[in-house]
Design a protein around this ligand. Structure first.
Ligand code: TYD
Length: 154
């Protein structure tokens, strides 16, 4: 499967939808000479209520995180600092999205295979999730992921 890389133009309000219902969402940005401020309200700026937040940081050069899908969980991924690539795959198409601004992020619905790599030094991947942590929700094997997709998440 070949992957196209989507580099989002930060001047765009919304980028076109990408694979499997994933989409870039631009966040409010309050520009101020004292420093910029952005914010997210669950259910308003992103299409789910936030039940959990986690972040990935201090990633050694060349490492990759998050090679898995979720049965039910939806998430929103932001480059709170630095940059990284998120590869999203709906079982048929694969796309690589470069996140490099803290005022936009990538919405990932359930049943998408996703991996994060090419972390710049000192980058922080901030992830807002629709559910508490549950290992049962993970699809850690790509074949199991495609089977679950074909079965509609069952
Ligand atoms: P995981 O989501 O598997 O990260 P990756 O796919 O990048 O390897 O999480 C790594 C470990 O952290 C895993 O053992 C579960 C634990 N974990 C929690 O306990 N709570 C959480 O909210 C998350 C995201 C992970």
């Amino acid at each position: 499967m070949t992957a196209t890389k989507l580099v989002v133009d930060p001047r765009l309000a919304e980028a076109p939808e990408i694979v499997g219902g994933c989409r870039i969402i631009r966040l409010p940005k309050i520009a101020d000479v004292r420093g910029n401020l952005s914010f997210i309200e669950g259910g308003r700026h992103i299409p789910f209520a936030i039940r959990r937040t986690f972040w990935i940081y201090d990633v050694p050069g060349g490492e990759s995180r998050g090679g898995h899908g979720y049965r039910e969980l939806e998430e929103f991924i932001i480059a709170a600092s630095g940059s990284f690539d998120v590869t999203v795959d709906d079982g048929t198409h694969r796309q690589v999205v470069l996140l490099n601004r803290s005022y936009f992020g990538l919405y990932v619905p359930q049943l998408i295979w996703r991996e994060i790599d090419n972390f710049s030094s000192n980058s922080v991947a901030l992830i807002l999730a629709s559910l508490p942590y549950s290992e049962e929700d993970y699809l850690r094997n790509y074949e199991a992921f495609t089977r679950a997709r074909r079965a509609g998440g069952k």
